[in-house]
Write a protein that binds this ligand. Sequence first.
Ligand code: HEM
Length: 145
Amino acid sequence: MRDPSQEYQVGPFKTRARNLTPDNETGLGRFSERQIFNALRYGLRPGETPDVVITSTTPGKGNFPDHPKYIAPPMPWPAWRLMSDQELWDIAAYLKRGLKPVHNKVADSEGPPDFWASAYTPDKIGTRPPPPFPTANEKALLSVH
Ligand code: HEM
């Protein structure tokens, strides 16, 4: 289904959030909980990323795809990369097992090409796992108060 009120304009591209119910044909039913986990942690499109344990964010290493296919903006996956494994597994389990499947084919997003995600480097968004509390910045702050 195409519903213009549900479209995002990302530069010249229209993107569309997908059917997150566990419908086998049009939703998450065809993906494993691990594929959904990898989508939330790394922004990898579950339909274009194999069902494997990923241990690196460097393409070609630790099962991270050589040519990663990323979920388009504005899906805020870069902001969730610091969530714990357990939180992401719980979301994946809820989507797969807690919702009734709804058959609804959403049109594909138009873009942008995947290289936009290469802007999200650790120097810009921090390392994962995050440094333990208190970090150097936080120590500096604590010492002035
Ligand atoms: C807890 C909240 C959310 C969860 C669990 C979630 C989960 C997902 C998953 C698993 C996909 C991939 C689906 C597939 O490929 O079949 C997806 C795609 C998408 N999400 Fe989210 N999402 C969330 C919030 C959001 C928000 C807040 C936005 C927008 C403001 C958003 C926008 C999108 C878009 C545009 C896509 C499709 C992008 C593309 O076609 O590449 N999502 N989401």
